[in-house]
Design a protein around this ligand. Structure first.
Ligand code: UDP
Ligand code: GLC
Length: 418
Protein backbone atom coordinates (compact mmCIF):
# COMPACT_ATOMS: atom_id res chain seq x y z
CA UNK A 1 0.00 0.00 0.00
CA UNK A 2 1.33 3.44 -0.88
CA UNK A 3 0.74 6.04 1.76
CA UNK A 4 -2.80 7.43 1.41
CA UNK A 5 -1.83 10.36 3.60
CA UNK A 6 0.78 11.55 1.16
CA UNK A 7 -1.65 11.18 -1.71
CA UNK A 8 -4.16 13.35 0.11
CA UNK A 9 -1.64 16.05 0.80
CA UNK A 10 -0.19 15.93 -2.69
CA UNK A 11 -3.54 16.25 -4.37
CA UNK A 12 -4.70 19.22 -2.39
CA UNK A 13 -1.43 21.05 -2.56
CA UNK A 14 -1.21 20.47 -6.28
CA UNK A 15 -4.41 22.37 -6.99
CA UNK A 16 -3.84 25.20 -4.57
CA UNK A 17 -2.46 28.39 -6.04
CA UNK A 18 0.79 29.48 -4.48
CA UNK A 19 1.04 32.48 -2.23
CA UNK A 20 -2.53 32.73 -0.95
CA UNK A 21 -2.96 34.20 2.48
CA UNK A 22 -3.86 32.29 5.59
CA UNK A 23 -7.10 33.51 7.08
CA UNK A 24 -9.03 32.55 10.21
CA UNK A 25 -11.20 29.69 11.45
CA UNK A 26 -10.35 26.77 9.14
CA UNK A 27 -7.14 25.81 10.82
CA UNK A 28 -4.16 25.76 8.50
CA UNK A 29 -6.13 26.33 5.31
CA UNK A 30 -4.62 29.03 3.15
CA UNK A 31 -6.89 31.69 1.77
CA UNK A 32 -10.05 30.85 3.69
CA UNK A 33 -12.01 33.54 5.47
CA UNK A 34 -13.82 31.54 8.16
CA UNK A 35 -15.48 28.18 7.85
CA UNK A 36 -17.77 28.29 4.82
CA UNK A 37 -21.43 27.38 5.11
CA UNK A 38 -22.27 24.26 3.08
CA UNK A 39 -25.28 22.74 1.41
CA UNK A 40 -24.63 19.00 1.11
CA UNK A 41 -26.71 17.17 -1.51
CA UNK A 42 -27.19 13.39 -1.73
CA UNK A 43 -29.57 11.47 -3.95
CA UNK A 44 -30.32 8.70 -1.49
CA UNK A 45 -32.26 8.33 1.73
CA UNK A 46 -30.70 4.89 2.23
CA UNK A 47 -27.64 4.21 4.35
CA UNK A 48 -25.10 3.28 1.70
CA UNK A 49 -21.34 3.84 1.92
CA UNK A 50 -21.46 7.32 0.35
CA UNK A 51 -24.08 8.41 2.86
CA UNK A 52 -22.23 6.90 5.82
CA UNK A 53 -19.15 8.72 4.60
CA UNK A 54 -21.02 12.04 4.48
CA UNK A 55 -22.68 11.57 7.87
CA UNK A 56 -19.72 12.45 10.14
CA UNK A 57 -18.64 15.30 7.86
CA UNK A 58 -22.07 16.95 7.77
CA UNK A 59 -22.76 16.36 11.44
CA UNK A 60 -19.48 17.86 12.66
CA UNK A 61 -19.30 20.72 10.15
CA UNK A 62 -18.29 23.79 12.12
CA UNK A 63 -20.47 26.31 10.28
CA UNK A 64 -24.04 26.53 9.02
CA UNK A 65 -24.90 23.47 6.97
CA UNK A 66 -27.87 21.57 5.68
CA UNK A 67 -28.33 18.28 3.87
CA UNK A 68 -30.67 18.21 0.90
CA UNK A 69 -31.83 14.70 0.03
CA UNK A 70 -33.37 13.69 -3.29
CA UNK A 71 -35.11 10.71 -1.65
CA UNK A 72 -36.40 10.00 1.81
CA UNK A 73 -35.25 7.12 4.00
CA UNK A 74 -33.37 6.18 7.17
CA UNK A 75 -30.44 8.46 6.27
CA UNK A 76 -32.67 11.43 7.06
CA UNK A 77 -33.42 10.17 10.59
CA UNK A 78 -29.73 9.45 11.22
CA UNK A 79 -28.77 12.98 10.16
CA UNK A 80 -31.54 14.56 12.19
CA UNK A 81 -30.63 12.53 15.26
CA UNK A 82 -27.20 14.18 15.04
CA UNK A 83 -28.75 17.62 14.85
CA UNK A 84 -28.38 18.15 11.10
CA UNK A 85 -31.07 20.12 9.33
CA UNK A 86 -32.42 18.03 6.41
CA UNK A 87 -34.56 19.12 3.47
CA UNK A 88 -36.15 16.84 0.88
CA UNK A 89 -36.86 17.28 -2.80
CA UNK A 90 -38.13 14.05 -4.31
CA UNK A 91 -39.15 13.10 -7.83
CA UNK A 92 -40.02 9.49 -8.65
CA UNK A 93 -39.01 9.78 -12.32
CA UNK A 94 -35.57 11.19 -11.50
CA UNK A 95 -35.04 8.63 -8.71
CA UNK A 96 -35.94 5.94 -11.24
CA UNK A 97 -33.09 6.80 -13.63
CA UNK A 98 -30.49 4.06 -13.36
CA UNK A 99 -26.72 4.29 -13.74
CA UNK A 100 -27.08 2.68 -17.14
CA UNK A 101 -30.05 4.73 -18.34
CA UNK A 102 -30.30 5.29 -22.03
CA UNK A 103 -31.43 8.53 -23.66
CA UNK A 104 -35.11 7.66 -23.26
CA UNK A 105 -34.90 7.39 -19.47
CA UNK A 106 -33.36 10.83 -19.21
CA UNK A 107 -35.90 12.39 -21.57
CA UNK A 108 -38.86 11.02 -19.64
CA UNK A 109 -37.45 12.48 -16.46
CA UNK A 110 -36.66 15.90 -17.96
CA UNK A 111 -39.44 17.90 -16.22
CA UNK A 112 -38.41 16.36 -12.88
CA UNK A 113 -34.75 17.10 -13.58
CA UNK A 114 -35.53 20.77 -14.22
CA UNK A 115 -37.69 20.96 -11.07
CA UNK A 116 -35.05 19.39 -8.86
CA UNK A 117 -32.18 21.41 -10.34
CA UNK A 118 -34.21 24.54 -9.53
CA UNK A 119 -34.99 23.32 -6.01
CA UNK A 120 -31.29 22.69 -5.31
CA UNK A 121 -30.37 26.09 -6.76
CA UNK A 122 -32.94 27.83 -4.55
CA UNK A 123 -31.52 26.28 -1.39
CA UNK A 124 -27.91 26.67 -2.50
CA UNK A 125 -28.27 30.46 -2.64
CA UNK A 126 -28.16 30.61 1.16
CA UNK A 127 -24.78 28.82 1.39
CA UNK A 128 -21.17 29.48 0.41
CA UNK A 129 -20.47 26.05 -1.08
CA UNK A 130 -22.52 23.35 -2.77
CA UNK A 131 -21.19 19.88 -1.87
CA UNK A 132 -22.46 17.16 -4.20
CA UNK A 133 -22.12 13.64 -2.82
CA UNK A 134 -23.60 11.39 -5.50
CA UNK A 135 -23.99 11.17 -9.27
CA UNK A 136 -27.53 12.52 -9.48
CA UNK A 137 -26.67 15.25 -7.01
CA UNK A 138 -23.79 16.14 -9.34
CA UNK A 139 -26.00 16.33 -12.40
CA UNK A 140 -28.78 18.34 -10.77
CA UNK A 141 -26.52 20.59 -8.72
CA UNK A 142 -24.22 21.33 -11.64
CA UNK A 143 -27.06 21.93 -14.12
CA UNK A 144 -28.46 24.59 -11.81
CA UNK A 145 -25.17 26.49 -11.58
CA UNK A 146 -26.35 29.39 -13.77
CA UNK A 147 -29.16 29.87 -11.25
CA UNK A 148 -27.22 29.58 -7.97
CA UNK A 149 -23.70 30.61 -9.06
CA UNK A 150 -22.17 28.89 -6.04
CA UNK A 151 -18.84 27.11 -5.95
CA UNK A 152 -19.26 23.37 -6.37
CA UNK A 153 -17.29 20.51 -4.87
CA UNK A 154 -18.09 16.97 -5.96
CA UNK A 155 -17.20 14.01 -3.78
CA UNK A 156 -16.67 11.21 -6.26
CA UNK A 157 -17.56 7.84 -4.73
CA UNK A 158 -17.65 5.86 -7.99
CA UNK A 159 -15.43 4.38 -10.61
CA UNK A 160 -16.90 6.07 -13.65
CA UNK A 161 -15.94 3.27 -16.03
CA UNK A 162 -18.03 1.49 -18.66
CA UNK A 163 -18.29 -1.39 -16.20
CA UNK A 164 -20.32 0.73 -13.77
CA UNK A 165 -21.99 3.42 -15.93
CA UNK A 166 -23.86 3.79 -19.18
CA UNK A 167 -22.63 6.01 -22.05
CA UNK A 168 -25.12 8.82 -21.43
CA UNK A 169 -24.24 9.08 -17.76
CA UNK A 170 -20.52 9.12 -18.56
CA UNK A 171 -20.97 11.84 -21.15
CA UNK A 172 -23.03 13.98 -18.79
CA UNK A 173 -20.50 13.52 -15.99
CA UNK A 174 -17.64 14.39 -18.32
CA UNK A 175 -19.09 17.70 -19.48
CA UNK A 176 -20.58 18.81 -16.19
CA UNK A 177 -17.35 18.10 -14.36
CA UNK A 178 -15.45 20.11 -16.93
CA UNK A 179 -17.70 23.14 -17.03
CA UNK A 180 -19.60 23.42 -13.76
CA UNK A 181 -17.61 21.72 -11.00
CA UNK A 182 -14.90 23.72 -9.25
CA UNK A 183 -13.22 20.88 -7.40
CA UNK A 184 -13.47 17.10 -7.23
CA UNK A 185 -12.34 14.90 -4.37
CA UNK A 186 -12.23 11.16 -5.08
CA UNK A 187 -12.68 8.42 -2.50
CA UNK A 188 -9.76 6.41 -3.93
CA UNK A 189 -7.02 6.54 -6.50
CA UNK A 190 -9.06 4.05 -8.53
CA UNK A 191 -12.06 6.40 -8.67
CA UNK A 192 -9.80 9.37 -9.41
CA UNK A 193 -8.06 7.51 -12.24
CA UNK A 194 -11.39 6.63 -13.84
CA UNK A 195 -12.39 10.30 -13.87
CA UNK A 196 -9.03 11.35 -15.25
CA UNK A 197 -9.45 8.82 -18.04
CA UNK A 198 -12.95 10.10 -18.80
CA UNK A 199 -12.22 13.83 -18.65
CA UNK A 200 -8.49 13.98 -19.48
CA UNK A 201 -7.99 16.16 -16.40
CA UNK A 202 -4.47 16.40 -15.03
CA UNK A 203 -4.20 13.60 -12.46
CA UNK A 204 -3.09 16.02 -9.73
CA UNK A 205 -6.31 18.00 -10.09
CA UNK A 206 -8.34 15.11 -8.65
CA UNK A 207 -7.10 14.68 -5.09
CA UNK A 208 -7.89 11.56 -3.13
CA UNK A 209 -9.30 11.48 0.38
CA UNK A 210 -9.86 7.98 1.65
CA UNK A 211 -12.79 7.25 3.96
CA UNK A 212 -12.05 7.22 7.66
CA UNK A 213 -13.43 5.08 10.41
CA UNK A 214 -14.23 5.96 14.01
CA UNK A 215 -12.10 3.50 15.97
CA UNK A 216 -13.93 4.35 19.20
CA UNK A 217 -17.16 2.93 17.79
CA UNK A 218 -15.35 -0.42 17.53
CA UNK A 219 -13.42 -0.21 20.78
CA UNK A 220 -16.68 0.50 22.62
CA UNK A 221 -18.05 -2.95 21.68
CA UNK A 222 -17.16 -5.57 24.27
CA UNK A 223 -16.46 -8.80 22.42
CA UNK A 224 -14.48 -10.45 25.24
CA UNK A 225 -17.37 -12.89 25.68
CA UNK A 226 -17.92 -13.78 22.02
CA UNK A 227 -20.70 -16.23 22.80
CA UNK A 228 -22.64 -13.63 24.75
CA UNK A 229 -22.27 -11.11 21.90
CA UNK A 230 -23.49 -13.68 19.36
CA UNK A 231 -26.38 -14.70 21.60
CA UNK A 232 -27.36 -11.05 21.88
CA UNK A 233 -27.34 -10.71 18.08
CA UNK A 234 -29.16 -13.99 17.52
CA UNK A 235 -26.17 -15.67 15.83
CA UNK A 236 -24.99 -19.26 16.30
CA UNK A 237 -22.74 -19.12 19.36
CA UNK A 238 -20.11 -21.71 18.53
CA UNK A 239 -19.99 -21.83 14.73
CA UNK A 240 -17.07 -20.43 12.72
CA UNK A 241 -18.63 -17.29 11.23
CA UNK A 242 -17.73 -15.48 8.02
CA UNK A 243 -19.46 -12.10 7.72
CA UNK A 244 -20.22 -10.35 4.45
CA UNK A 245 -21.43 -6.77 4.92
CA UNK A 246 -23.10 -4.55 2.37
CA UNK A 247 -26.15 -4.17 0.27
CA UNK A 248 -27.31 -7.25 -1.58
CA UNK A 249 -26.54 -6.51 -5.22
CA UNK A 250 -25.05 -8.62 -8.02
CA UNK A 251 -21.76 -6.67 -8.24
CA UNK A 252 -21.23 -7.00 -4.49
CA UNK A 253 -20.78 -10.71 -5.24
CA UNK A 254 -22.71 -12.40 -2.45
CA UNK A 255 -23.24 -15.30 -4.89
CA UNK A 256 -19.47 -15.84 -4.94
CA UNK A 257 -19.45 -16.19 -1.15
CA UNK A 258 -22.28 -18.72 -1.37
CA UNK A 259 -20.32 -20.71 -3.91
CA UNK A 260 -17.28 -20.64 -1.62
CA UNK A 261 -19.41 -21.67 1.36
CA UNK A 262 -20.38 -24.87 -0.44
CA UNK A 263 -16.71 -25.88 -0.17
CA UNK A 264 -16.33 -24.88 3.48
CA UNK A 265 -18.41 -27.49 5.30
CA UNK A 266 -17.84 -26.21 8.86
CA UNK A 267 -18.28 -22.52 8.15
CA UNK A 268 -21.40 -20.37 8.47
CA UNK A 269 -21.93 -17.28 6.31
CA UNK A 270 -23.75 -14.23 7.66
CA UNK A 271 -25.05 -11.77 5.05
CA UNK A 272 -25.47 -8.42 6.78
CA UNK A 273 -27.29 -5.95 4.55
CA UNK A 274 -30.38 -5.56 2.44
CA UNK A 275 -31.38 -4.89 -1.15
CA UNK A 276 -31.31 -1.08 -0.83
CA UNK A 277 -31.98 -0.21 -4.45
CA UNK A 278 -34.57 -2.71 -5.64
CA UNK A 279 -32.36 -5.77 -6.16
CA UNK A 280 -35.04 -8.17 -4.84
CA UNK A 281 -34.61 -10.51 -7.81
CA UNK A 282 -30.96 -10.98 -6.80
CA UNK A 283 -31.95 -11.84 -3.23
CA UNK A 284 -34.36 -14.41 -4.58
CA UNK A 285 -31.60 -15.81 -6.81
CA UNK A 286 -29.32 -16.11 -3.76
CA UNK A 287 -31.98 -18.13 -1.92
CA UNK A 288 -32.41 -20.43 -4.92
CA UNK A 289 -28.63 -20.82 -5.19
CA UNK A 290 -28.39 -21.66 -1.47
CA UNK A 291 -31.07 -24.32 -1.81
CA UNK A 292 -29.29 -25.81 -4.83
CA UNK A 293 -25.98 -25.91 -2.97
CA UNK A 294 -27.66 -27.28 0.18
CA UNK A 295 -26.09 -24.62 2.37
CA UNK A 296 -29.29 -23.05 3.71
CA UNK A 297 -28.63 -24.23 7.28
CA UNK A 298 -25.25 -22.46 7.27
CA UNK A 299 -26.39 -19.25 5.59
CA UNK A 300 -27.92 -16.41 7.60
CA UNK A 301 -29.67 -13.44 6.00
CA UNK A 302 -29.88 -10.91 8.83
CA UNK A 303 -30.96 -7.83 6.84
CA UNK A 304 -29.66 -4.31 7.31
CA UNK A 305 -28.16 -3.72 10.77
CA UNK A 306 -27.48 -0.33 12.29
CA UNK A 307 -24.71 -1.49 14.58
CA UNK A 308 -22.14 -2.78 12.06
CA UNK A 309 -19.23 -2.62 14.57
CA UNK A 310 -20.94 -5.14 16.91
CA UNK A 311 -21.87 -7.43 14.03
CA UNK A 312 -18.34 -7.33 12.69
CA UNK A 313 -16.83 -8.14 16.04
CA UNK A 314 -19.12 -11.17 16.26
CA UNK A 315 -17.45 -12.71 13.17
CA UNK A 316 -14.32 -14.84 12.75
CA UNK A 317 -13.52 -13.35 9.34
CA UNK A 318 -14.87 -10.49 7.24
CA UNK A 319 -15.30 -11.11 3.52
CA UNK A 320 -15.48 -8.62 0.67
CA UNK A 321 -16.53 -10.23 -2.60
CA UNK A 322 -17.28 -7.50 -5.16
CA UNK A 323 -17.00 -8.82 -8.70
CA UNK A 324 -16.51 -5.37 -10.26
CA UNK A 325 -13.77 -3.00 -9.03
CA UNK A 326 -14.88 -1.51 -5.71
CA UNK A 327 -14.50 2.27 -5.66
CA UNK A 328 -13.26 2.17 -2.06
CA UNK A 329 -14.93 -0.35 0.27
CA UNK A 330 -15.74 1.03 3.72
CA UNK A 331 -16.55 -2.47 4.93
CA UNK A 332 -12.88 -3.36 4.58
CA UNK A 333 -11.51 -0.61 6.83
CA UNK A 334 -14.36 -1.36 9.24
CA UNK A 335 -13.47 -5.05 9.35
CA UNK A 336 -9.87 -4.06 10.03
CA UNK A 337 -10.99 -1.68 12.80
CA UNK A 338 -13.10 -4.47 14.29
CA UNK A 339 -9.97 -6.55 14.74
CA UNK A 340 -11.12 -9.30 12.43
CA UNK A 341 -9.09 -10.68 9.50
CA UNK A 342 -10.30 -9.43 6.14
CA UNK A 343 -10.33 -11.25 2.80
CA UNK A 344 -11.12 -8.91 -0.09
CA UNK A 345 -11.47 -8.80 -3.87
CA UNK A 346 -8.31 -7.42 -5.42
CA UNK A 347 -9.61 -4.61 -7.62
CA UNK A 348 -10.27 -0.87 -7.50
CA UNK A 349 -9.76 1.02 -4.26
CA UNK A 350 -9.39 -2.20 -2.29
CA UNK A 351 -5.76 -2.53 -3.30
CA UNK A 352 -5.13 0.88 -1.73
CA UNK A 353 -6.24 -0.59 1.61
CA UNK A 354 -5.26 -4.26 1.70
CA UNK A 355 -1.65 -5.43 1.35
CA UNK A 356 -1.85 -9.12 0.64
CA UNK A 357 -0.37 -11.21 3.41
CA UNK A 358 0.46 -8.13 5.49
CA UNK A 359 -2.82 -6.65 6.76
CA UNK A 360 -5.32 -8.95 5.07
CA UNK A 361 -5.70 -11.32 2.15
CA UNK A 362 -6.59 -10.51 -1.45
CA UNK A 363 -8.26 -12.86 -3.91
CA UNK A 364 -9.16 -12.43 -7.57
CA UNK A 365 -12.66 -10.99 -7.94
CA UNK A 366 -15.20 -13.70 -8.74
CA UNK A 367 -12.88 -16.57 -7.81
CA UNK A 368 -14.95 -18.64 -5.34
CA UNK A 369 -12.31 -21.38 -5.07
CA UNK A 370 -9.62 -18.85 -4.13
CA UNK A 371 -11.98 -17.31 -1.59
CA UNK A 372 -12.67 -20.69 0.01
CA UNK A 373 -8.92 -21.39 0.03
CA UNK A 374 -8.19 -18.08 1.78
CA UNK A 375 -10.83 -18.79 4.44
CA UNK A 376 -9.36 -22.25 5.00
CA UNK A 377 -5.87 -20.77 5.28
CA UNK A 378 -6.95 -18.37 8.02
CA UNK A 379 -8.83 -21.10 9.87
CA UNK A 380 -5.81 -23.37 9.75
CA UNK A 381 -3.39 -20.67 10.90
CA UNK A 382 -4.93 -18.55 13.64
CA UNK A 383 -1.54 -17.06 14.52
CA UNK A 384 -1.13 -15.80 10.98
CA UNK A 385 -4.67 -14.40 11.08
CA UNK A 386 -3.80 -12.59 14.30
CA UNK A 387 -0.69 -11.07 12.73
CA UNK A 388 -2.79 -9.72 9.86
CA UNK A 389 -5.26 -8.28 12.35
CA UNK A 390 -2.54 -6.53 14.37
CA UNK A 391 -1.05 -4.91 11.27
CA UNK A 392 -4.52 -3.99 9.97
CA UNK A 393 -5.30 -2.13 13.20
CA UNK A 394 -2.07 -0.16 12.90
CA UNK A 395 -2.84 0.67 9.25
CA UNK A 396 -6.38 1.80 9.97
CA UNK A 397 -5.21 4.05 12.75
CA UNK A 398 -2.46 5.54 10.58
CA UNK A 399 -4.18 5.88 7.24
CA UNK A 400 -7.93 5.60 7.65
CA UNK A 401 -8.82 7.53 10.76
CA UNK A 402 -11.99 9.59 10.94
CA UNK A 403 -10.01 12.61 12.14
CA UNK A 404 -7.71 12.55 9.12
CA UNK A 405 -10.67 12.12 6.77
CA UNK A 406 -12.53 15.08 8.30
CA UNK A 407 -9.40 17.21 8.28
CA UNK A 408 -8.72 16.50 4.58
CA UNK A 409 -12.33 17.07 3.54
CA UNK A 410 -12.43 20.30 5.52
CA UNK A 411 -9.36 21.51 3.65
CA UNK A 412 -10.91 20.56 0.33
CA UNK A 413 -14.14 22.42 1.07
CA UNK A 414 -12.26 25.43 2.36
CA UNK A 415 -10.15 25.39 -0.80
CA UNK A 416 -13.28 25.55 -2.94
CA UNK A 417 -14.66 28.45 -0.89
CA UNK A 418 -11.45 30.46 -1.11
N1 UDP B 1 -23.67 -1.35 6.49
C1 UDP B 1 -24.45 -1.19 7.62
N2 UDP B 1 -25.35 -2.16 7.89
C2 UDP B 1 -25.54 -3.23 7.11
C3 UDP B 1 -24.73 -3.40 5.96
C4 UDP B 1 -23.80 -2.42 5.67
O1 UDP B 1 -24.31 -0.22 8.35
O2 UDP B 1 -26.39 -4.04 7.43
C5 UDP B 1 -22.67 -0.32 6.19
C6 UDP B 1 -21.26 -0.80 6.29
O3 UDP B 1 -20.87 -0.85 7.64
C7 UDP B 1 -20.53 0.23 5.45
C8 UDP B 1 -21.57 0.60 4.38
O4 UDP B 1 -22.81 0.10 4.86
O5 UDP B 1 -20.19 1.38 6.20
C9 UDP B 1 -21.27 0.02 3.04
O6 UDP B 1 -20.27 0.78 2.49
P1 UDP B 1 -19.26 0.29 1.37
O7 UDP B 1 -18.45 1.47 1.04
O8 UDP B 1 -18.54 -0.90 1.79
O9 UDP B 1 -20.17 -0.15 0.14
P2 UDP B 1 -21.29 0.62 -0.72
O10 UDP B 1 -22.57 -0.02 -0.37
O11 UDP B 1 -21.26 2.04 -0.38
O12 UDP B 1 -20.90 0.39 -2.14
C1 GLC C 1 -19.56 4.17 -2.66
C2 GLC C 1 -18.67 3.03 -3.14
C3 GLC C 1 -17.91 2.37 -2.02
C4 GLC C 1 -17.28 3.40 -1.11
C5 GLC C 1 -18.31 4.39 -0.62
C6 GLC C 1 -17.73 5.46 0.27
O1 GLC C 1 -20.74 3.76 -2.15
O2 GLC C 1 -19.42 2.05 -3.84
O3 GLC C 1 -16.90 1.53 -2.55
O4 GLC C 1 -16.65 2.77 -0.02
O5 GLC C 1 -18.90 5.02 -1.72
O6 GLC C 1 -16.79 6.26 -0.40
Amino acid sequence: MNSPASVNAQGLVAKQPAGVEVATAVAGVPGVKGTPSVLFVDQSGQLGGAELCLLPLASTWAARREVLLLADGPFRARLESLGVQVELTCDARVSGISKNAVRFGWLMALPGIVRQARAIARRAKAFDVLFLNTQKALVLGALGKPLHRKRIIWHLHDIVSVEHFGPVQRLVVKWLTRFAVDHVVANSRASAASLVELTHFAPESVPVVHNGVDLNAFQDIDASDLRALRRHLGLPETAWLAGLFGRLAPWKGQHIALEALANLPDVHLVLVGAALFGEEAYVEALRVQAAGLRIEDRLHFVGFQDNAPAWMKAMDVILHTSTAPEPFGRVIIEGMAAGRPVIASAAGGVTEIVRHGKNGLLVEPGDAAALAGAVEALRAEPDRAQRLVSQALIDVEQHFSLDEYIAQMTKAIAYVAR
